[in-house]
Design a protein around this ligand. Structure first.
Ligand code: 3PY
Ligand code: MG
Length: 260
């Protein structure tokens, strides 16, 4: 089976940087995937993509070296299975609040094979195409299951959630977590309350031998988080970059000297 390069990066102690797709465009996914990111996440929670666009984006990403991941809209067995069957090599699940929810999520990503407790139903239509004929034998080990910690309840249970066998790691949502901590959605990652929560989640992952990742609003935050030892960072998303760069160019053009 084609292996998951992110696992190699994590095992060798190197961090990974992922692109994040809010647009629902296969061409945009191909562009982001081709720009050197280790992985690209298709956001089906707050992004625009439905299942058909997600499939086309996964197909586009197959032309690139980026590992294709999907953030599903909710902790739902059917939706998680469809993302994996369509060729995602990992799933990020939002709003995981408890051990029970983490177990349900992790089980949705695993086949009940080789002693693993899982609920994934067999039918990896495109997974077989991109992964290879031996997909069923290796999928449990190759697919990443990352549970998002972004609520008060999730933070309170973070050590136990990190220890859930079926998940590979935790992924921090700083906007929702900032709201949960009374700081609002745009709190700086350097704010002592948010920084302490991030450190607690990171320590829970370290203690459980799991991966810690985080969504970041900027390249600077992503750099800081990687330096701090988080293993998967996302320096914002495509729609932010597109709007900011187009606005910057427009401002340059409009700032021309007025004739006369
Ligand atoms: C959050 O910051 O809450 C996220 O979910 C990032 O996408
Ligand atoms: Mg969130």
């Amino acid at each position: 089976m084609k292996t998951n390069r992110l696992l190699d990066l994590f095992h060798s102690g190197q961090g990974a940087v992922a692109g994040w797709m809010s647009l629902d465009s296969a061409y945009a996914a191909e562009l982001v995937g081709a720009s050197g990111f280790d992985a690209v996440v298709i956001d089906c929670q707050h992004g625009m993509a439905g299942h058909a666009q997600m499939l086309a984006m996964l197909q586009a990403l197959s032309h690139t070296a980026a590992v294709p991941l999907v953030r599903v809209s909710q902790n739902n067995l059917g939706e998680i299975n469809r993302a994996l069957d369509a060729g995602a090599y990992g799933v990020i699940c939002p709003l995981v609040n408890s051990v029970a929810e983490a177990v349900a999520f992790g089980r949705a990503c695993r086949y009940p094979l080789d002693g693993m407790q899982g609920d994934r139903s067999f039918g990896p239509a495109r997974g077989l195409l991109v992964g290879g004929a031996d997909y069923s034998q290796h999928a449990n080990a190759q697919m990443l299951a990352l549970a998002m910690i972004e609520t008060r309840a999730g933070l309170d249970a973070v050590e136990a959630i990190a220890a859930v066998a079926q998940i590979d790691g935790l992924f921090i949502g700083p906007s929702d977590l900032g709201i949960a901590l009374g700081l609002g959605p745009a709190a700086a990652h350097t704010h002592p309350v948010l920084a302490a929560a991030i450190a607690r989640i990171q320590q829970a992952c370290q203690a459980a031998g799991k991966v810690a990742g985080i969504w970041c609003g900027s390249a600077e935050m992503a750099r800081d988080m990687l330096t701090q030892g988080l293993q998967l960072v996302v320096p914002g998303h495509d729609a932010i970059w597109l709007k900011a760069e187009m606005a910057r160019r427009l401002a340059v053009v409009r700032a021309r000297p007025v004739a006369g």
